[in-house]
Design a protein around this ligand. Structure first.
Ligand code: CO
Length: 301
């Protein structure tokens, strides 16, 4: 090699070395400037206006406080309509954006957002977009992890099938069916309801899924029950809370309720008026979701 290129190589080497020292120093500077990790949990539900529905949220909060006593927790409701109605009676609830802004002010650096929704539909995807927008803002939260809703994948569906069956009354006769009534949506996430049907059938051929606004419809499920020759069905909410939909669309006396549709076809009904959030086996699935979110945020438990 010619002496001249040796000199160039030497200069390059010195330059490279200087750059490496500079980068390491500035990284150390940046780290020392970062506030220490402060992790919080944001529990996010659709929200409910009926006082009876709150039993589910109260149970969920109680279970989370027992499981994670040292983690600060906040609540947010995704439904604007629900927040507005609650505000009229003096109860103020944050939207996810308001809650995250508040947590920014309280110097949280890491937030696990726990979705208490049932399926990844409109409310869930809106929540994910909101959470993303808060990540990495100046003087804001460094990292936000949003968990899957209750039904987030094959493993959740399998666990949910077993957990949902724990909601069925013990005195159910062996020829009696169970109908889990979900909300349903026009959002593509509705497919989780027919998917849930598959996993329930692996447990129990007389367990069915119906939805208020999506598919399977009430007609779909009553045709299934008739085909199975069912004489009696237990109606169980496939919803976090037993609010308006459970009490009216599922178990109400209006002629288009699930109860009335089935009874008009000669099928006797009995309704469970407790939301999925009131059952520990279901809440265990959400607790599992939070545990994996905390692992992703590097929180030692
Ligand atoms: Co609704």
């Amino acid at each position: 090699m010619r002496p001249r290129s040796w000199a160039t190589l030497q200069r390059l080497f010195i330059l490279f070395f200087a750059a490496a020292v500079f980068l390491a120093a500035s990284r150390a500077w940046a780290l020392s400037d970062d506030p220490p990790q402060k992790t919080g949990v944001l529990l996010v539900a659709f929200g409910a206006t009926m006082p009876e529905a709150n039993a589910a949220y109260e149970n969920i909060e109680k279970r989370f406080r027992a499981e994670f006593p040292d983690l600060p927790m906040r609540w947010a409701y995704t439904s604007k309509k629900v927040r507005k109605i609650l505000a009229q009676s003096g109860k103020s609830f944050d939207s996810p954006a308001e809650a995250l802004a508040g947590m920014m002010d309280e110097n949280f650096t890491h937030v696990a957002v726990l979705s208490l929704h049932v399926i990844p539909g409109e409310e869930y995807h809106g929540l994910v977009r909101t959470a993303r927008a808060f990540e990495g803002l100046p003087k804001g939260v460094r990292e936000v992890v949003v968990t899957n809703p209750l039904l987030g994948g094959p493993r959740d569906l399998e666990a949910a099938a077993a957990a949902l069956m724990s909601m069925v009354p013990m005195d159910r006769g062996k020829d009696e069916a169970v109908v889990f009534m979900g909300h349903g949506t026009r959002h593509p996430g509705n497919v989780y309801y027919p998917a849930m049907q598959y996993y329930l059938w692996r447990h129990d051929r007389l367990a069915f899924v119906a939805t208020v606004e999506g598919s399977p419809s009430l007609n779909d499920v009553s045709a299934e029950l008739e085909a199975a020759g069912v004489k009696k069905a237990h109606l169980v909410p496939l919803m976090t809370v037993a609010g308006d939909h459970a009490r009216n669309d599922m178990a109400g006396n209006e002629e288009d309720s699930l109860k009335s549709v089935l009874e008009s076809r000669g099928i006797e009904t009995a309704a469970v008026l407790r939301g999925a959030g009131e059952y520990d086996a279901v809440v265990d699935i959400w607790i599992g979701h939070l545990k994996s979110a905390l692992d992703r945020l590097g929180v030692r438990r």
